[in-house]
Every structure is written in C-alpha cells, then in structure tokens.
Design a protein around this ligand. Sequence first.
Ligand code: NAI
Length: 254
Amino acid sequence: MNPTYDFKGQVALVTGAAMGMGLATARMFAEAGATVVLADFNEEALGKTVADLEAAGHKVLGVRCDVANEGDVAAMVQRTVDTFGRLDAAFNNAGIQIPANDVVDVPDTDYERVMAVNLRGVWNCMQAELRQMQRQGSGAIVNCSSIGGLIGNPGLAAYHATKYGVIGMTQSAALENAPRGIRLNAVCPGTIDTPMVAKMLKEQPKAMDVIMGKQPNKRLGRPEEVAAAVLWLCSDAASFVLGVALPVDGGYTA
Ligand code: NAI
C-alpha cells in the first residue's frame, strides 16, 4: 500500500510501534517522509523494527517506554522534542488484551492492567503530547479505540470499557483543543491481522468462525489498512475532521 500523504519535515510519534498496527503506521509515516519516533516497552522487538526501518533509509528513533508509566511518557515526548525540535502527529496505539472472562470472574489484576495500559496509557500520552502541541499551536493526535469502543462483546467488558473511555477522552480533548489548532480523533479498528489477534486465535481456534460469521467482507483487516486511516486523520486532507471515532472494520459495526 503506497502512502498518499506528504509528511516531509514533520515529526510523528507512534506508541506500541514494535509490531502490529503500530509498526505498520510507523512505517507508513516514514514512507510518507516523516521523521518517526517509535515507542514500545518490548525493547528487543523495538530494536529489530528500528533497525529494519533504518536499513530501508528512514529517519527513525526508538524509545523504550511503558505508556502506563507517566514518567516514561513524559521522558519520551521530551526526548522527541529535544532531538527533533517538534511534534506534529501522534498515534497513541499501544494497548493490550486480557483473557476473556465473565464480569464476575475477571481477576482484579487483569482489570487494573488493562485500565493502566489502554486508558491511563492513552491519557498519559495525550497529556504529554498536548503540552508540546499547545506550545507549537499545531498538531494532530489519533487515539486507538476499537470496534470494542462502539459495541459490546460478552467476556470483554473491561477491555471494552477502556475503548469506550478512549473515545470519550478523545472527543472532550478535541473540543478543548480545536481553538488551539490541534485536532484529535480516534480510530476504531475491527479484527486486524496482528500478533495480538494471532495469539487470541491460537488460544481460541473457534473464534475465527464466530468473527467471520459477523464480518460482512469475510476477512481480517490488514495493519496497513488502519495505518492509512491514521495517516489520513493526521494529514491536512482531514483538516476539518475533528472528534470522530472512525470505524476501520470492513463493515462490522455498520
Ligand atoms: P499487538 O499486540 O500486535 O502490538 C501491540 C504493541 O504494543 C506491541 O509491540 C507491544 O509491545 C506494545 N505495548 C503493549 N503494551 C505496551 C505498553 N504498556 N507500553 C508500550 N508499548 C506497549 O497489538 P495490535 O493488534 O497491533 O493492537 C494495537 C492497538 O490496536 C491496541 O490498542 C489494540 O487494543 C487495538 N486494537 C486491535 C485490534 C486487532 O484486531 N488487532 C482491534 C481493535 C483495536
């Protein structure tokens, strides 16, 4: 998939960039000319991804960061600005899934962890990025929600709570920051062929039949199909698009 947008001279930040949708988005930003900061807490995978992108001739920086840790996130944004002078676009993508369980059976530790990464993590990133973008008076942020932020699913109440929450914080922050020239939006991916989904399908092989039974176009999404939506939302082509929760789901929620 060829990038359609021109991000030359811009600095983009992607969290959870070592693999999956984060990697696809970081690569697409780089192919569109951006300098890209890739953040992830999996140092080994991040190192490999950064080396691959550098070998392809892209200008990238890998930063180890646990998005659930406020200090890590502040340091990541500071390093971005110290190194490249600005921050134009951010995709707050890092997130985790927890084992499916009825509400009454969800261990507290699972609940706390998914809240810490998927909700607090996006919050931490958005807050640190907005501080920089407000100083600049420009920028675009895309937060990663899910179809799980638009409709329910038995067994995944805690995960869905985080993804509904991401939409709420995105829309409120979008309204706050519109007068400052900063746009915030969310993407809501359907089931995308990433390591996260591969792991889930390995653990629950029957899940594929259940998903495909409800999937209008009868296939999984590709990480690049989400990346393309993120680049569009961050580009000037989407200059009047603000506070949306955009499904990229092959019609799943239609
Ligand atoms: P993935 O598991 O394939 O990749 C996630 C990346 O995030 C990994 O590199 C991982 O090391 C990193 N990460 C996880 N926790 C982190 C933390 N605390 N700090 C920094 N990095 C961290 O996941 P995938 O599928 O690419 O998902 C990305 C995002 O998209 C997540 O927010 C997920 O909830 C969301 N999503 C995924 C869908 C799918 O079908 N794959 C569907 C809808 C939403």
